[in-house]
Ligand binder design. Structure first.
Ligand code: UTP
Length: 229
């Protein structure tokens, strides 16, 4: 059983347009891997630019952070529905509202359950980590728009190097420096990393801009950054 977190960052281009071709390629890859090989998986989709756009407006209009989070949760669910639409009958038709709902469904359906957000105060990475924990997943794959975890921000530091492996304690230190509010949980959130640590979940960060990377990670090829315990 694999849990695949697809970052909202890979769904939109610079002009805020949805990458329809990428979605179609993902649908094909997911069908190949999970439908034909009979491997089980759950997918969590992030809110990306859609979430940030809506959150920016509700924040400017005076809404509180919990409400802004709810905007992000709903945006992530809308993005989840893109994958539900693309996967058709191999996907469960509704994104679950919380972990209990997910778990109950997981025990009665063989379809791929596709989730968005669950509750305020976290990001969809925490959704993915809690799902991986409750089903004792083999692996949690985190697909983003970068190749993995770097020694520094690659956009700001040309000497930043990709780390093939990173200890969970170092990931925790990296995240501790981040400030968080609705729409801003860079890399991974604190709730998520605590869940990964307490249950020693096998977590791997990979570049999701190419769906083939998902295939490589599932088949155990060395790619991205593996978090070690
Ligand atoms: P994301 O997980 O998408 O955050 O949730 P992100 O930082 O934009 O990451 P990617 O790149 O899309 O993966 C969007 C926002 O939705 C709210 C948070 O405000 C988050 O920043 N959210 C999401 C929650 O409050 N709870 C959830 O369970 C999920």
């Amino acid at each position: 059983m694999f849990v695949v977190k697809i970052g909202g960052s890979i769904l939109f281009d610079k002009e805020y347009q949805l990458k329809q071709k990428l979605l179609s390629n993902y649908a094909k890859t997911i069908r190949n891997i999970f439908s034909e090989s009979k491997k089980k998986c759950a997918i969590v989709v992030g809110g990306g630019k859609l979430a940030r756009k809506y959150i920016a407006v509700t924040r400017a209009l005076g809404a509180n952070e919990a409400y802004n989070d709810i905007m992000g949760i709903e945006a992530a669910k809308l993005n989840a529905r893109l994958f539900i639409g693309a996967l058709g009958d191999i996907a469960y038709p509704e994104p679950p509202n919380n972990l209990q709902e997910f778990h109950a469904l997981f025990n009665v359906t063989d379809k791929i359950i596709i989730c968005g957000g669950f509750q305020p105060g976290q990001s969809t990475n925490a959704v993915a980590a809690s799902i991986a924990e409750i089903v004792t997943a083999e692996k949690l794959l985190n697909l983003t728009d970068v190749d993995g975890v770097y020694t520094a921000d690659p956009d700001k530091d040309p000497n930043a190097k990709l780390m093939k492996e990173l200890a969970i304690s170092d990931l925790i230190s990296l995240i501790a420096k981040q400030t968080t509010k609705a729409g801003q949980y860079p890399l991974f959130d604190k709730t998520a990393v605590q869940i990964v640590q307490r249950s020693k979940i096998v977590l791997q960060f990979i570049n999701g801009s190419d769906p083939e990377n998902l295939m490589k990670a599932i088949t155990g090829k060395p790619i991205g950054t593996l978090i070690t315990h």
